[in-house]
Design a protein around this ligand. Structure first.
Ligand code: BG6
Length: 491
C-alpha cells in the first residue's frame, strides 16, 4: 500500500472544468490507492453559493466514467470534500478559508500541511497568491505548497510579473508549475531509456544523430475552449510548454543523479543553450497554419466564439537549433496541430547515414538510416529500426524493426498524468514540474517567433483530417530532411 499523505488541499476553481475532468478523478484514484486516506480534506472554492452536499454530488458526478469506482468508496471519498464560496479579491473570504482549513486540519489530523491548487483563470493567480500571504493562510507547522496550472503567462513579461507576485508568497521550492506532459508515462520513461542503456548513451549526440523530430498531433479541434484559444494559439498552447519540455528531456545532459535538483540543473543548462532568435531566423524557421472545414467538421474560423477573420494558428512547425556543443548542427524539428489525421505524440531520433555500404557492390543499396521512435501516446513504447538481410540467397537489404509496446491493459491500469503529478506534489517531489528559469528561457525564445508572425507571416491553411500544411514539409525539404513517416502512416 502506498504511503499515506496528510494534507488540506484547497482548490481555487473548484467548480471548473479542469477540476471536474482531471483533478477529482485523480484525487479519487489516489484515495483508492491509499495515498490519500484518512488524514486529508479538500476545500473547493468558487464564486457560486454551493452547499457541501451539492459539491459532493458534483464530485460523484465527475467520477461517473472513472474505472474502479463503487458506491461505498466514492461516498467515503466525497465525504472529505467541503465547499467555500469565495471571491478571490475579498480579503475577508481568505480569513474564512483560513479558519476552515484549521478546523479541518484538527478534524482530520492533516499535520499543518497545506496544498493550494490554482485551477482557474490565470489572471487571478497573482491576486490569490498575495492574499494567501497577507491573510496568513500559510501554515507554520507543516508544509505550504502551491500547484499552479498553465498557462504560466502569455509572454515573457506577463510570466515574469506572475512569477514575481507568486514569489512574494512562496519560495521557488514551494511552487509546483504543472506541465501535464511531464506526468506522462513515456515522457518519464524517456529518461530511463536514455540514461540506463549503455547502447544509447554514447551515441546520443551530433556525431551519430542527424536530426530529431517531435510530433504532437491532435485529432480534436478547438472544442469549447475558443475563448482561451483565440488569445493563445498553438505556439503558446503547446510549444512554449509541452514541446520545449520534451526537447529538454531528449537533449539535456545526464543529471548527476535522479533528484529534482540535478534534473532541473541539467534542464537549466540545456535551456541556457536555447538561443534568443532574431526575427529573421524566426521567419525563416517557423511556420503557422489553421484548419479549414471538411465535409463533416467546421473550419477554425467557423467555430463558436472564433473571429471569422481570426489569424490564430492551430498548427505550428519549426526548427530549433541549440548552441550546445553536443547538438551543434542537429536540427530539432517540431510540429503540433489540431484537427489532424490522428492523435499521435511521437519523438523520432534519426541517426546519421552509413558512411560506406559494402553491399553496394552486389547491388543492395537499400541501407536506410536507423531510427528510434518513442511513442508517447496513444501507443506507448518504442521502435528501433535496424537494417538486415532479406531472407534468400541474394544480399538484399531490408529494414527490420525492433518494437516494444506496453499492452492496453497495462496502460489502463497505470496512473494518469494528473494523478502522478498530484502525488508528487503531496510528497514534495518537484522533478516533474517546471521551474522559473525554464519558463524564462522558453518564453524569451517563443516571444520572437510570435513577434515575427505578428509583424506579418503567411498562415498556411490545411484541411481538417489531413497531415497539416505542405509548408511544414517544405520547411524540412529546404534543409535536406523529411518528416519521419510514422505519423503519416495511417496504421
Ligand atoms: C493542453 C492544451 O495543454 O494539452 C490543449 O491546452 C491540448 O489544447 C492538450 O489539447 C493536449 O494534451 P494531451 O494530453 O491530450 O496530449
Amino acid at each position: 500500500m502506498a504511503k499515506e499523505q496528510a494534507s488540506i488541499i484547497t482548490i481555487f476553481g473548484g467548480s471548473g472544468d479542469l477540476a471536474r475532468r482531471k483533478l477529482y478523478p485523480a484525487l479519487y484514484q489516489l484515495f483508492r490507492r491509499g495515498v490519500l486516506r484518512d488524514h486529508f480534506a479538500v476545500i473547493g472554492t468558487a464564486r457560486r453559493p454551493w452547499s457541501d452536499e451539492y459539491y459532493r454530488d458534483i464530485i460523484r458526478e465527475s467520477l461517473q466514467d472513472e474505472p474502479n469506482t463503487d458506491d461505498e468508496t466514492v461516498s467515503a471519498f466525497a465525504g472529505h470534500f467541503y465547499y467555500q464560496s469565495h471571491d478571490v479579491t475579498d480579503a475577508d473570504h481568505y480569513i474564512t478559508l483560513k479558519n476552515l482549513s484549521q478546523k479541518l486540519d484538527d478534524q482530520y489530523g492533516a499535520q499543518g500541511n497545506r496544498l493550494f491548487y490554482m485551477a482557474m483563470a490565470p489572471r487571478f493567480f497573482g491576486t490569490i497568491a498575495s492574499h494567501i500571504r497577507s491573510e496568513n493562510l500559510l501554515s507554520k507547522k507543516g508544509y505550504n505548497r502551491l500547484v499552479i496550472e498553465k498557462p504560466f503567462g502569455r509572454d515573457f513579461k506577463t510570466a515574469q510579473d506572475l512569477n514575481e507576485s507568486i514569489s512574494a508568497a512562496f519560495n521557488e521550492d514551494q511552487v509546483y508549475r504543472i506541465d501535464h506532459y511531464l506526468g506522462k508515462e513515456m515522457v518519464q520513461g524517456l529518461l530511463a531509456l536514455r540514461f540506463t542503456n549503455p547502447l544509447l548513451t554514447p551515441i546520443w549526440n551530433k556525431d551519430y544523430i542527424s536530426d530529431i523530430q517531435i510530433t504532437l498531433a491532435e485529432k480534436v479541434g478547438v472544442e469549447e475552449r475558443a475563448g482561451y484559444y483565440e488569445t493563445a494559439g498553438a505556439l503558446r498552447d503547446m510549444v512554449q510548454n509541452h514541446i520545449m519540455q520534451l526537447i529538454a528531456y531528449v537533449a539535456m545532459e545526464q543529471p548527476a543523479s535522479f533528484t529534482p535538483e540535478e534534473v532541473h540543473a541539467s534542464k537549466n543548462k540545456l535551456f541556457s543553450h536555447l538561443p534568443v532568435l532574431t526575427e529573421e531566423e524566426a521567419q525563416k524557421n517557423w511556420i503557422r497554419g489553421q484548419y479549414l472545414a471538411s465535409s463533416t467538421q467546421k473550419g477554425y474560423r467557423q467555430e463558436d466564439n472564433v473571429d471569422p477573420k481570426s489569424d490564430t494558428e492551430t498548427y505550428v512547425a519549426g526548427r530549433v537549433d541549440l548552441d550546445d556543443p553536443r547538438w551543434v548542427g542537429v536540427p530539432f524539428f517540431i510540429r503540433t496541430g489540431k484537427r489532424l489525421a490522428k492523435k499521435a505524440t511521437e519523438i523520432a531520433i534519426n541517426f546519421k547515414p552509413l558512411a560506406h555500404n559494402i553491399f553496394d557492390a552486389v547491388g543492395s543499396k537499400d541501407a536506410r538510416v536507423n531510427r528510434l521512435t518513442v511513442y508517447v501516446e496513444p501507443e506507448q513504447g518504442y521502435t528501433l529500426t535496424l537494417n538486415g538481410k532479406t531472407i534468400g540467397a541474394d544480399y538484399d537489404l531490408r529494414q527490420n524493426p525492433l518494437s516494444f509496446r506496453y499492452s492496453q491493459d497495462v496502460i489502463n491500469a497505470a496512473p494518469e498524468a494528473y494523478e502522478r503529478l498530484i502525488r508528487d506534489a503531496l510528497r514534495g517531489d518537484q522533478t516533474n514540474f517546471t521551474r522559473w528559469p525554464e519558463q524564462e528561457a522558453t518564453w524569451q525564445y517563443i516571444d520572437v517567433v510570435r513577434k515575427a508572425w505578428d509583424d506579418g507571416a503567411d498562415l498556411a491553411m490545411y484541411n481538417s483530417g489531413s497531415h497539416g500544411p505542405a509548408a511544414a514539409d517544405k520547411l524540412l525539404e529546404r534543409d535536406g530532411y523529411s518528416w519521419a513517416e510514422t505519423f503519416t502512416n495511417e496504421n
